[in-house]
Design a protein around this ligand. Structure first.
Ligand code: MN
Length: 136
């Protein structure tokens, strides 16, 4: 069973996305803030992180940069979830090291498809466009 770390401060969003992932067959660990999420990611064995970008304290982009900077989590795929639906933000999000991007309100099918895609290709394929024709 694939393990997903869900970092989201909003309780109802966390429940919604968590339930969605669990119903889709994933094992889900939830974190309310970035620092907790980063600590869990470094200690645990996760296959994917779903990262809310707007978080109190350390924000999701800073947390993603921390994950990218650490050898343990360098290759861990990160799917960003954000209320900001602007194109410029997508660029900023990908530049921070996120591998995908879903805007709130989250379209369930698109969200689960993106989760499945990132779990399938991982980070290595994403980082090397030549390998699988995958572009960021
Ligand atoms: Mn939030």
């Amino acid at each position: 069973m694939k393990r997903v770390l869900l970092v989201e401060d909003n309780a109802s969003n966390r429940k919604l996305l968590g339930d969605l992932l669990r119903r889709a067959g994933y094992e889900v660990r939830e974190a309310e803030e970035a620092d907790e999420g980063v600590a869990l990611a470094l200690a645990g064995t996760f296959d994917l992180v779903v990262m809310d970008i707007q978080l109190p304290g350390t924000d999701g982009l800073t947390a993603t940069r921390l994950l990218r900077a650490h050898p343990v989590t360098q290759g861990l795929p990160v799917l960003a979830v954000t209320a900001h639906a602007m194109r410029g933000d997508e660029k900023r999000i990908l530049a921070a090291g996120c591998d995908g991007y879903v805007a709130k309100p989250v379209a369930y099918k698109q969200f689960l498809a993106e989760v499945a895609r990132l779990l399938a290709v991982g980070r290595d394929a994403v980082a090397d466009p030549v390998a699988g024709g995958v572009t960021r």
